[in-house]
Design a protein around this ligand. Structure first.
Ligand SMILES: [Zn+2]
Length: 262
């Protein structure tokens, strides 16, 4: 029994130690396999967990002291650089041909602007004028053809004298004219006051395509002096920009009305 004891000690001490190292190495190898598997697939298989059979319960784990070397995870190739956005740089901005139709604005029906932005309303942004030959715009294309022809003829004649005739209003839809009138009522306090400055939709010659408003003032003055040769007359004393075909059979314009209210 005395001889057996050291052997037993050796057996007890050493024999488990070697398999223990092997197990530890196996565990490290398993961890490497796991790391390689993770690196290769990006997802660890479910069996490669710390509770795997390669690591019996009770065996001190080496992983906390020796974490498996981090395997470089293959990074996917960087996506190609997007090409320079030549379309944004080289494509000229597309000029809006006409504002898109807009729904009626119920919240503020009196406002001028977005509520009146539609393709047939006759609205132009502030400061924008049209060539008398820009017949793509309904402001001109829906004018009385005789009036449009007269304005174009006058523009050609004025051009020879260095005067540029521009149109800042022509045909207007009845709804747009109503908005103009309602806005004037709001701004000037009464229907009577508004009517001196803006004709109502039922009487405005703009709605019927029989009136144009001309800019700039130099062009207004040229037309006041020369418009009758083309049948064009100033109608209202307080609107030097507003012209209609109004000459009589002798080529004379009628007496001026004081304002749109008559
Ligand atoms: Zn007018």
């Amino acid at each position: 029994m005395a001889l057996m004891t050291p052997r037993a000690r050796v057996s007890v001490r050493d024999t488990p130690r070697i398999p223990g190292i092997l197990r530890a190495l196996a565990a490290v190898g398993g961890a490497l396999c796991v790391a390689l598997t993770v690196g290769a697939t990006g997802a660890a298989p479910s069996h490669a967990t710390p509770e795997s059979p390669q690591q019996p319960p009770g065996q001190p784990s080496l992983e906390p002291q020796q974490p498996p070397p981090a395997q470089p995870v293959p990074t996917p190739p960087a996506p190609p650089e997007p090409p320079p956005s030549e379309s944004l740089v080289l494509t000229p901005p597309v000029a809006p041909l006409a504002p898109p139709p807009g729904p009626p604005v119920a919240a503020d029906p009196l406002s001028i602007g977005d509520a009146a932005v539609d393709t047939t309303g006759g609205w132009l942004p502030d400061g924008v004028t049209l060539s008398p030959f820009d017949v793509s715009n309904p402001i001109l294309s829906q004018l009385d053809p005789a009036l449009l022809r007269a304005v174009q003829d006058a523009a050609r004649a004025a051009q020879t004298q260095g005067v540029d005739i521009r149109v800042n209003s022509g045909w207007r839809s009845k709804g747009f004219q109503q908005r103009l009138f309602d806005n004037a009522v709001r701004n000037y306090g009464s229907v009577a006051a508004a009517a001196e400055l803006v004709a109502g939709p039922d009487v405005s010659k703009h709605v019927t395509g029989q009136a144009v408003d001309i800019a700039p003032v130099e062009a207004d003055m040229w037309l006041i002096a020369n418009g009758r040769q083309f049948g064009l007359c100033q109608i209202y004393a307080n609107e030097i920009w507003h012209f209609e075909l109004a000459t009589d059979q002798y080529g004379n314009c009628p007496p001026l009305l004081p304002n749109a209210a008559g």
